[in-house]
Design a protein around this ligand. Structure first.
Ligand SMILES: Cc1cc2nc3c(=O)[nH]c(=O)nc-3n(C[C@H](O)[C@H](O)[C@H](O)COP(=O)(O)OP(=O)(O)OC[C@H]3O[C@@H](n4cnc5c(N)ncnc54)[C@H](O)[C@@H]3O)c2cc1C
Length: 509
């Protein structure tokens, strides 16, 4: 426990830490490293429901599972990436495993620990978590001063599958990629993949060799960026024996600069950018392929992260006839497949519903603040990190366009700065609080649907906190703004209301 912790705050039978981190995915493990580096006196624990670390990269086991953004930016700022830019889940977990080993984090992580309830007590300035051990069912209590929510944003236990008429009549298997079992044998099967996001773009080419045929059925097209799975600049720097730390930093800067240019063009010259992406698809698919129908989305590029397809594998699978794309809506499921609105029967033995996630806000944890259940949807976000009316808590929600981790690193620095500020000023509580002027305008959604069109967000926007009329009650979701904004965010701003625990007030009287 930190020497600066002024309270003997451990509750009977509870384990106490300065900081409680929920989740051992890329955000939780990264947060722990930032804490170790920047607040070395703080004690901390990572509570993780699964049997191991990795989060997203442990949960998903479908064929070909890989990142859709490059690992120079999806990797941490503090740990060079030396593999291929687009990485398999296994390579990402190996990388995280090295971080855990190099930083001595293993003893800080409690696996099979599911956080069920989180209760904030202002008098004690303390979070109390009830945590169920998924192996033996026992319940433990953890207390902590600050709650660092790194639980991601979707429900790991179950993916999102819409209900279509006739699903029960289909004679084959219907599987959501999130629930894929590694030993499932699809050799020689006719596979129908519903959806055309990054997951579909991964499984279609990955299954094409073993399956009899793979069909991707999409309601509407998605943009894909094909390219070689190598980074030329990194290769050149390595030829010159430049240290890996430098390669990592230089390549990150290049990729981020290029990303900024894509973002600019998506707003200022969307047609030019669109033409380039479609041209790249055409180069793989040939002049006779219906690129307009199957790969020309109605929205402008960059409303979702642009899925990079390494070596154009999706397009190659289609060009070779192992895979095909149907752009149509589902009318119903039938015994031997799916009937589309246009009346076509798409025959299948296996249907993979790559239809997205269920948003899971705050890890399905039952939150109360001083005895009152938290209505998270009523709170306002403070720069997409803290939440009005929720003391001593941050939720790591990464970037939707730039790599997620670029934001979790920025938040890591911010939380450490905040914790140090609180120690220096002798306070134990920070509560983001709306001023009168902040309530003047109607609230805006957590993320702007005009700017991002991911289905899981649009489906669940009503459960998410709100944005206010001006900073800091906004969530820019823009790395290029936030890399200036977050490090400069004022901690003595009137929107952050500080307090002391009752026990401290009594002790100092
Ligand atoms: C298939 C797929 C591919 C993706 N590819 C990319 C990509 O290429 N680039 C990119 O930037 N983003 C990508 N994303 C988004 C991705 O989720 C994030 O980038 C990132 O991995 C999220 O990390 P995280 O640690 O914040 O959350 P998660 O990876 O979701 O990890 C959260 C952890 O918290 C645990 N947890 C949740 N609730 C509780 C609880 N109540 N108690 C205890 N533990 C709990 C979970 O078990 C999990 O291990 C992808 C997402 C998916 C699903």
């Amino acid at each position: 426990m930190s020497a600066a912790t002024p309270l003997n705050s451990a509750r009977e039978g509870a384990e106490h830490f300065d900081v409680l981190i929920v989740g051992a995915g890329i955000s939780g493990v990264g947060g722990a490293v930032h804490l170790q580096q920047q607040c070395p006196d703080k004690s901390f624990v990572l509570l993780e429901t699964q049997a191991s670390f990795g989060g997203t990269w442990l949960t998903h086991k479908y064929p070909g599972i890989r990142s859709d953004s490059d690992l120079y930016t999806f990797g941490y700022r503090f740990k060079p990436w030396s593999g291929k830019p687009i990485a398999t889940a296994e390579a990402i977990r190996d990388y995280m495993g090295e971080v855990i080993e190099e930083r001595g984090l293993a003893s800080h992580i409690r696996y099979h620990h599911t956080v069920n309830t989180a209760r904030w007590d202002s008098e004690a300035a303390l979070w109390t978590l009830e945590v169920r051990n998924a192996v033996d069912g026992s319940v433990k209590v953890f207390t902590g001063r600050f709650l660092w929510m790194c639980q991601g944003y979707y429900r790991h236990s179950k993916g999102y599958t819409p209900q279509w008429p006739g699903m029960d009549t289909f004679k084959g298997d219907i599987v959501h990629p999130q629930e894929w079992q590694e030993d499932y044998d699809y050799t020689g099967k006719r596979v129908l993949v519903i959806g055309s996001g990054a997951t579909a773009a991964t499984v279609v080419p990955a299954m094409a060799d073993k399956a009899a045929h793979v069909t991707m059925l999409q309601r509407s097209p998605t943009y894909f960026a094909p390219g070689e799975n190598r980074n030329e600049l990194a290769d050149s720097l390595r030829e010159l024996d430049i240290p890996e730390e430098w390669v990592h930093e230089i390549v990150r800067r290049r990729i981020l600069k290029d990303g900024q240019e894509i973002a600019r063009r998506s707003f200022e010259e969307p047609e030019g950018l669109k033409a380039e992406l479609l041209g790249a698809a055409r180069a793989y698919l040939g002049p006779d392929y219906e690129v307009e129908k199957h790969f020309t989305p109605s929205y402008r590029p960059w409303r979702q992260r642009l899925a990079f397809i390494p070596d154009g594998d999706l397009f190659k699978g289609i060009a070779e006839g192992k895979a095909s794309v149907v752009t149509d809506e589902i009318d119903c499921f039938v015994e031997n497949g799916v009937k589309t609105r246009s009346g076509e029967i798409l025959e299948a033995d296996l249907i993979l519903t790559a239809t997205g996630f269920n948003l899971c806000i705050l890890g399905d944890i039952d939150f109360t603040i001083d005895g009152t259940p938290l209505r998270f949807e009523d709170s306002y976000t403070w720069l997409g990190m803290l939440y009005s009316g929720v003391p001593n808590m941050c939720w790591v929600f990464g970037y939707l366009r730039t790599s997620w981790t670029m934001r979790s690193d920025l938040i890591g620095d911010f939380v450490c700065r905040l914790l140090k500020h609180m120690d220096e000023t002798g306070v134990q509580i920070v509560t983001p609080t709306l001023r009168e002027e902040d309530k003047a305008a109607p609230p805006a959604p957590f993320v702007n649907p005009e700017n991002f069109n991911a289905g899981y967000l649009l489906r669940s926007m009503d459960q998410l906190p709100k944005q206010g009329p001006s900073l800091p009650w906004q969530f820019p979701q823009d790395y290029y703004r936030e890399r200036e904004l977050i490090p400069a965010a004022k901690l003595d701003d009137a929107t952050l209301v500080y307090g002391t625990a009752k026990a401290v007030q009594t002790a100092t009287k």
